[in-house]
Design a protein around this ligand. Structure first.
Ligand SMILES: Cc1cc2nc3c(=O)[nH]c(=O)nc-3n(C[C@H](O)[C@H](O)[C@H](O)COP(=O)(O)OP(=O)(O)OC[C@H]3O[C@@H](n4cnc5c(N)ncnc54)[C@H](O)[C@@H]3O)c2cc1C
Ligand code: FES
Length: 452
């Protein structure tokens, strides 16, 4: 009987090497060896696991679906392919994380309704070690049955100092196990399990001068974009930064006040709200950016991400300048219900099984004890929690008067904010002005957006 020699995969430029057992995907082989590689959906749709093939051959395990990510001729999707020879791969869009993903216990600090059907969740990791992630990454929130749901980290945790706080913007999916059911049961002070960070749609400081940055977001896709936006503005790496944010109504544009402030603070930054009758990618295209000199991040609706990639590449955007995070629904294929330690290949062989990892886990358990004890004190009510200073911040409130504004003049810096909306589709002539919006801190209950 002949013995088949396994193929090997080498990752450039670090030279990491791992075996590729026959049959399985290249991604599974990498994860089984504890090699940190980029991935997200594991079903060929997001493109996070795409790799440039520097040498060797592979084949698809199954035919591509209609929603499949289109790779370039010299690329493959690691989650969809198996090797037919030794392989040499490179990730042009991704860099090895400083610290691998890990599991954390997180205390819920705030749960605020910021727009119809959107909740801002703030948690504090119960870890002595500072949480490190790249702007644009996401974390997985665990449910009691072991299922996981991905949500983008909307803030820069390092900015919260030793507090280790993470902020998530969560859209309610009717009937959704997490966003509809579990989220409604959560209360400030309770503990959640979080795993991360993950994701390849991360801030990349341009190594060569790239003049412009265009950010595309739909709905809570803004969460995936906001940390990148903050980093881009403070870095000064781009001459211009433009955000197109698809929101069904003004009330859905829950960060508009903050964005207006950023526009005042940074001369090169503009943002535009795009109503649901329009497409953010079309609005960006119509603005005639110099695509050859532009980097694009797109986050949110998978169809938007797919279409934006094709449209903008055809308009001259270099393919390596497009980064994206498609908010794909979690599926059973992506969910394993068995406990984390048993099923996660990184955990069996990765950092968590080193002496340092075990001691860190023990330390985190000890750190969490006071929080658990605090929860045992009777008398904590949801009312107390909702009296947190940010809970009825009118920065997120609906305008109380006026109709939604119209026109595309948001691209002109001097345009009044009333003209923020980029398209006239479902807008009446302008009668609304920012002055009709309640300033932060003066909202009354009636004007504060509540989740539907
Ligand atoms: C990398 C990544 C980052 C993400 N970041 C965010 C984020 O910051 N904010 C956010 O609100 N969402 C985000 N999502 C989407 C979110 O993880 C999913 O919507 C998740 O499935 C919701 O979980 P659930 O338990 O409420 O619904 P599930 O129980 O998973 O689904 C219930 C039903 O709704 C459908 N469904 C679920 N999600 C969607 C969707 N997005 N679009 C259409 N149908 C859907 C499912 O197919 C199923 O039929 C992200 C997804 C990914 C992959
Ligand atoms: S992880 Fe392979 S395409 Fe999404």
């Amino acid at each position: 009987m002949t013995k088949t020699t396994p193929h090997f995969c080498t990752i450039a430029p670090d030279g990491l090497r791992f075996p590729l057992p026959g049959g399985g995907s290249i991604l599974d082989a990498a994860l089984a060896e504890g090699i940190a590689v980029p991935f997200s959906c594991k079903r060929g749709e997001c493109g996070s696991c795409r790799a440039q093939v520097l040498g060797g051959t592979s084949e698809r395990i199954a035919p591509p679906s209609e929603a499949a990510y289109q790779v370039a001729d010299d690329e493959l999707l690691m989650c969809q392919c198996r090797a037919t020879s030794d392989l040499s791969l490179r990730f042009a869009h991704w860099r090895m994380p400083a610290r691998p993903a890990a599991r954390y216990s997180a205390k819920i600090m705030a749960l605020d309704a910021v727009a119809p059907g959107v909740t801002k969740l703030v948690v504090e990791l119960q870890s002595a070690q500072p949480f490190q992630c790249a702007p644009g990454q996401h974390a997985q929130l665990l449910m009691d049955n072991g299922e996981r749901r991905s949500f983008s980290i909307a803030n820069l945790p390092a900015e919260t100092g030793g507090a280790n706080r993470l902020e998530f913007h969560i859209r309610r999916i009717p009937g959704g196990a997490f966003t509809d059911h579990k989220l409604a049961e959560l209360r400030p002070g309770e503990l959640l399990e979080i795993d991360g960070p993950y994701g390849a749609c991360t801030w990349q400081a341009p190594s060569e001068p790239v003049a412009h940055l265009v950010l595309l977001a739909t709905g809570t896709g803004f969460a995936g974009i906001s940390a990148i936006l903050k980093t881009a503005l403070t870095s000064g790496a781009f001459q211009t930064v433009t955000l197109y944010w698809g929101c069904a109504t003004a009330a859905d544009c829950y960060a508009s006040d903050w964005l207006d402030e950023m526009e005042d603070a940074y001369a090169g930054f503009r943002w535009a709200a795009v109503p649901s009758t329009q497409r953010v990618q079309n609005e960006a295209l119509a603005a005639a950016h110099d695509w050859a000199q532009t980097t694009v991040y797109a986050c949110g609706n998978p169809a938007m991400v797919r279409e934006a990639r094709e449209l903008l590449k055809a308009a001259g955007l270099p393919k390596d300048n497009f980064f994206s995070e498609a908010f794909l629904p979690a599926t059973q294929a992506h969910q394993d219900k068995a406990p984390y330690i048993v099923r996660h290949p990184w955990e069996k062989v990765g950092a968590a099984f080193s002496l340092e990892g075990i001691l860190d886990a023990r330390r985190r358990s000890m750190d969490a004890l006071p929080q658990i004890a605090a929860l045992m004190v009777p008398g904590m009510t949801t009312g107390e929690a909702s009296r947190s200073p940010t809970s009825i911040c009118a920065a997120w409130a609906r305008p109380t008067t006026g109709t939604r504004p119209t026109c595309a003049s948001a691209r002109t810096r001097s345009a009044p904010r009333a003209n923020r909306w980029t398209a006239s589709g479902n807008c009446a002539p302008t009668t609304c002005s920012p002055s009709t919006w309640a300033p932060c801190g003066t909202a009354t209950k009636g004007t504060t957006a509540t989740p539907s």
